[in-house]
Design a protein around this ligand. Sequence first.
Ligand code: ADE
Length: 318
Amino acid sequence: IDSSPKIPSAVPHISTPNPSSGASTPNIKRVSDFKFGEILGEGSYSTVLTATENSTKREYAIKVLDKRHIIKEKKEKYVNIEKEALCILSKHPGFIKLFYTFQDAHNLYFVLSLARNGELLDYINKLGRFNEICAQYYAALIVDSIDYMHGRGVIHRDLKPENILLDDNMRTKITDFGSAKILNSSHGSHEEDTHHADKPQAHSRSFVGTARYVSPEVLSDKIAGTASDIWAFGCILFQMLAGKPPFVAGNEYLTFQSILHLSYEIPPDISDVASDLIKKLLVLDPKDRLTVDEIHQHPFFNGIKFDNTLWELPPPRL
Ligand code: ADE
């Protein structure tokens, strides 16, 4: 099996300062440059581990992707999109940063920022729910990240509290762009990617993992746009405030039915402003959902300034 073509290049695509390498030496990392530690997460064809770079002692999360498995499952395109999306978003504090990529005979390696505090989901579950101050703060970081992402032509398509990590400072970093769509790029945003209906592997892709954050338009016509991320944001805001996602049912089919019927209930102790925002996000027709600009203006975010200072604010105590 020839595993070399179609696989992302091993050339580091982000120039990071590295005092040990001269300007003319291409700075390609390899496995022996790192000491690998614990496993942070496992996917179907990838594993994320902590790793320390031997020369700098800097700590990273390294995503190891199994080339043979990627090729067998025809996921090359998605691996490339994931890498491209991470590169596009690497300058914003709300995203996991891609520092280097390299490969060996068996694997691709993505060297990523380490989000030491793990998943937002774990904090929601540990605390039961967030108070409105905390929910407002975390929702603001997430909206600001979505705003930047959509401005750069990236639709995540799998936003959920498992994909929102927390760094040392307890600020959010969105990760896992393996389902993303990049608009106006060489990957194409039209036939092959918007309509999943007649592509079995693409179709099943949309429904692996959790179904709870899938927007109604993706369920009914398989077309995900920026508004689909806004729907997922509505589900995440609901979950922070209520302690559980809005659409939960005994199985996937029933979950889809509740989504398509907009069958959810806001707990009565949630404030009127928060309820109002949730109701304007969880709207069946994507055209009628709030836009990012309208979300910024919503009274739930009174007192929050959506500019650079947002990422300097001290996080409220969870
Ligand atoms: N799990 C998956 N990716 C991670 C990362 N970059 N940091 C911490 N945990 C992770």
